[in-house]
Design a protein around this ligand. Structure first.
Ligand SMILES: [Zn+2]
Ligand SMILES: [Zn+2]
Length: 273
C-alpha cells in the first residue's frame, strides 16, 4: 500500500504537492489538538473510552474503515472532484464522538505496540499512561514538532495500518452499491447540440437524445437521458459506458473507489518510467 500511495504522489506537480502537504499539516494539527484535549479532559476521556468499550468488533471495524476513508480522502483530494462533498456528507468520519473514539483507539494501539505492557493496568490509569506517552513524543514523529515530510509519511502509515487491519478482519464490500444522492444531485444537465452529423444515442435505452434539457452528463463526459441514468445510478455507482466510479454511501465501496484512483495514478507513473 505504501508504495502505491507514494508512486501516486510522485505524479503531483510541485504546486499540487505543496497544496497537499499544507492541507495535511492543518488536518494533522487538528487531530493532534483533539487528541491532546481528550487527554486533558478526564470526563470526556472516560466518556469516549466507555463508548469505545460499548462497540462490538464489527462496529470497531466500521470505525477504522471510516477513519481509513477519511485519511484516503485527505490523500486523494487533489484528484477526486467529490472529496469536498463526500467529506461532509459521505460515509467517512463526520461525527465528533466517532472521531474522538477512533483517535483514542489508534492511540491505544500505538501505545501497546510501543510498549506491550503499558496498558496492563486498570483502565482508570490509562489516561495517565497515554498522557505520559504523548508528552514524551511531543516533539517527535507523531507530535507537534513533525515536518511536512514526516506528516505525509504519518498519513501513509495510518492508511497502511488501517488497511492491514481491515484485510485481517476479512471485510468484504457489496458487489453493487447505488450512487450517493449528493453526487446524483450535483450532476449537470447539458444541451445536446442538434447538428446533423451528431446524433447522439443514449446507451441505456438505445434511443436518440434530442435537443433539450432532459440530458445529463457524468464527469467522464458520457451523456444519458436523465430518466434513464437516474434509474441506473440507483442500482450502481458506475458509468454504463466506461465504468467511471461515482461516490456511494457505502464506506467500503468508497475506500475501493479512492484506492482505485491512487492505483490508476501510481501505475500511470510507473508506465512513464
Ligand atoms: Zn435513454
Ligand atoms: Zn463514462
Amino acid at each position: 500500500m505504501e508504495q502505491i500511495i507514494m508512486t501516486a504522489l510522485l505524479t503531483l506537480t510541485p504546486h499540487q504537492f505543496s497544496d497537499l502537504t499544507h492541507s495535511l499539516s492543518s488536518d494533522f494539527r487538528l487531530q493532534h489538538h483533539r487528541r491532546c484535549s481528550l487527554l486533558l479532559a478526564p470526563a470526556r476521556f472516560t466518556h469516549t473510552l466507555h463508548f469505545l468499550n460499548s462497540l462490538s468488533l464489527h462496529q470497531k471495524t466500521i470505525l477504522i474503515a471510516r477513519y481509513l476513508l477519511t485519511t484516503l480522502q485527505q490523500l486523494t483530494l487533489i484528484w477526486d472532484i467529490y472529496t469536498e462533498t463526500t467529506a461532509t456528507t459521505g460515509p467517512g468520519l463526520t461525527r465528533l464522538r466517532d472521531y474522538d473514539a477512533v483517535l483514542l483507539l489508534m492511540l491505544l494501539c500505538e501505545v501497546s505496540q510501543h510498549d506491550p505492557q503499558a496498558l496492563e493496568t486498570s483502565s482508570t490509569n490509562w489516561i495517565d499512561v497515554l498522557q505520559d506517552y504523548t508528552l514524551n513524543n511531543m516533539f517527535t514523529v507523531s507530535g507537534i514538532g513533525a515536518s511536512s515530510g514526516t506528516i505525509l509519511s504519518n498519513y501513509i502509515d495510518i492508511a497502511t495500518r488501517c488497511w492491514r487491519f481491515l484485510e485481517a478482519t476479512g471485510y468484504h464490500m457489496e458487489m453493487e452499491v447505488g450512487t450517493s444522492a449528493a453526487a446524483v444531485v450535483s450532476l449537470p444537465s447539458v444541451n445536446v447540440s442538434g447538428g446533423k452529423n451528431s446524433i447522439v444515442e443514449c446507451v441505456i435505452c438505445k434511443e436518440e437524445m434530442s435537443e433539450g434539457r432532459d440530458v445529463c452528463q457524468l464527469p467522464c463526459q458520457h451523456m444519458f437521458h436523465w430518466i434513464c441514468v437516474l434509474r441506473w445510478l440507483e442500482k450502481t455507482n458506475t458509468c454504463p459506458c466506461c465504468r467511471f466510479q461515482l461516490p456511494s454511501d457505502d464506506v467500503f465501496a468508497e475506500i475501493e473507489r479512492l484506492w482505485g484512483i491512487l492505483i490508476k495514478k501510481g501505475s500511470r507513473k510507473l508506465w512513464e518510467f
